[in-house]
Ligand binder design. Structure first.
Ligand code: HEM
Length: 489
């Protein structure tokens, strides 16, 4: 007499197009997240939208359902289109491998990421921050000093990830624009501005077709495939150079930085077959791609929010004058958390149900879903749920993190889904937070940030897999957060 609700009972907005479903309007919106938020208000924390070619897609931000999907003991796999596109840039590294291969690679790399190990990178974070401060100071003329914050944060995070993860100096802060920096710049906007219907349908096909067909799809030259593959080739070239150089670098047993962990593995791999050379190469590319733009964009967003809320700049400066221990500075850390909450780099994580399943939902409800069901797990919506974050969830208000009653168990950092959750969560989240703390502290001690004359409207450009900050009407110029910079005396 009782039938469990299933996907076909789930409500959602009507779709006007069999070919594009809602994917066209989602990609075409000015500000990623606006439509998702509108539908969430109308239909709740799990709703159904149409994918291309009549696919049914569930958009999920219900905390209980996300806990289930990302649970370490039964994580839902990433969808094929996500894996296919990222694989074009970085190959079979930690982000793209699945199941046993993922478990094996993660076990090898985990020892390079505990706090004690990462603290050794503090010297690199500080040296690069000092260089950044000097470079910015030299570049300012004293009149209208408006800079694109993303240019500077991009340089510092590229140098940091190169030096810390494989002892390679990109020298971006020395004014050198490396081939890799050029290739990565605007990659996600250039490949996705004005996405056409056929490009969207192509990606939907990747999601639907069996793996053996996907190999042939690589031969089809769409704009996105071309750009991703050519950036992948540059990244591969850099990784080869690094491998050759690091074969000459001493690999020691005591220190477990990323180079040592990988270096010891190359040696062991040859005898035990644990990790192959092309996998090591893929890890190097993985760290640059996964750790560079994510950190750089998040850093620029924090500067933007601090420019909008200058009172927080003064409060954080006062904290910085009283202590050297970044972890003990409540406002610095709250500003970082709040910005990562409002501006997550990956606003949605696509997952596929591995088998027929029952999703637990809040308030004791459940939902039956079939094997193969596509889920857009919305980080953007989860991070803005009023039931978790309060009625002002859409506003930037760091003070919310001082509220001890904030509920939460999901996400590896501050109950946010920004670094994801469970066994596929971001391995570099502590690295990212320490880097953000150090660079921001140094910038705030030397400069005052404000909005450009007349203000500026920054939008979340709906790229895939990450959103890109763009100036309204100027998405074709790529990632931009213009800010005025004044020197503090
Ligand atoms: C603010 C900065 C960062 C953000 C917002 C971020 C976000 C994320 C997210 C959401 C995922 C999960 C992706 C998915 O499931 O599809 C992820 C995975 C990953 N991130 Fe980060 N990340 C950041 C910085 C870094 C840094 C600095 C590194 C390297 C040092 C890094 C390395 C990785 C790797 C290797 C994975 C794959 C982990 C796995 O599948 O086991 N990330 N990151």
């Amino acid at each position: 007499w009782f039938k469990r609700p299933s996907v076909k009972h789930v409500k959602g907005p009507p779709s006007a197009s069999f070919w594009l479903g809602h994917e066209g309007v989602l990609r075409g919106q000015d500000n990623a997240g606006d439509l998702e938020m509108k539908w969430c208000r109308e239909y709740g924390t799990v709703y159904r939208i149409a994918g291309c070619l009549g696919q049914s897609v569930l958009v999920v931000c219900d905390p209980k359902a996300l806990e289930h999907v990302f649970h370490p003991s039964r994580p839902y796999p990433k969808s094929k289109d996500t894996l296919f596109l990222i694989d074009l840039i970085i190959g079979k590294g930690l982000v793209t491998v699945d199941n046993d291969n993922h478990h094996r690679q993660r076990k090898i790399l985990n020892p390079a990421f505990p706090s004690a190990q990462l603290r050794k990178y503090q010297v690199i974070f500080q040296q690069c921050s000092d260089k950044l401060v000097n470079d910015i100071q030299r570049s300012l003329t004293g009149s209208d000093d408006t800079v694109n914050a993303v240019d500077w944060t991009g340089k510092v995070s590229l140098d940091i990830i190169g030096l810390a993860s494989f002892r390679y100096d990109f020298r971006a802060l020395d004014g050198q624009e490396s081939e890799l920096e050029r290739a990565m710049k605007h990659l996600f906007t250039a490949s996705q501005v004005n996405t056409t219907a056929s490009e969207l349908i192509f990606i939907a096909l990747i999601r639907m077709l069996p793996y053996w067909v996907l190999w042939f799809l690589r031969l089809i030259s769409t704009r996105e495939i071309r750009l991703l593959a050519s950036s992948g080739n540059v990244a591969k070239k850099v990784a080869r150079e690094v491998m050759v150089r690091n074969n000459e670098v001493q690999v020691s047993d005591g220190d477990r930085d990323i180079v040592n962990v990988l270096g010891q593995n190359i040696a062991r791999a040859r005898s035990e077959g644990k990790m192959q050379d092309d996998e090591v190469e893929a890890q190097l590319m993985t760290f640059v791609v996964a750790g560079h733009e994510t950190s750089s964009t998040s850093m620029a967003w924090i500067l933007y929010e601090l420019a909008v809320h200058p009172e927080y700049q003064s409060i954080i400066r006062a904290e910085l004058k009283q202590s050297n221990d970044y972890d003990s500075m409540p406002f610095l850390n709250a500003a970082i958390k709040e910005t990562l909450r409002i501006h997550p780099m990956a606003p949605s994580l696509t997952r596929t149900a591995p088998h027929d399943d029952v999703l637990p939902l809040s308030e004791g409800k459940t939902l039956a879903i079939p094997k193969g069901q596509t889920l857009f797990c919305s980080v953007y919506l989860y991070n803005r749920l009023p039931c978790l974050w309060g009625d002002d969830a859409e506003e930037w208000n760091p003070a919310r993190f001082f509220d001890k009653t904030l509920p939460g168990s999901l996400g590896v950092y501050a109950n946010l889904m920004t670094f994801s959750s469970g066994s596929r969560s971001c391995i570099g989240w502590r690295f990212a937070v320490m880097q953000l703390q150090t660079v921001l502290a140094n910038l705030l001690l030397h400069f005052e940030f404000s909005l450009p004359e007349g203000g500026v409207e920054i939008q979340h450009f709906p790229g895939s897999p990450g959103v890109v900050p763009v100036v309204k009407g100027k998405a074709h110029l790529g990632s931009q957060i213009p800010l005025r910079v004044g020197v503090l005396h």
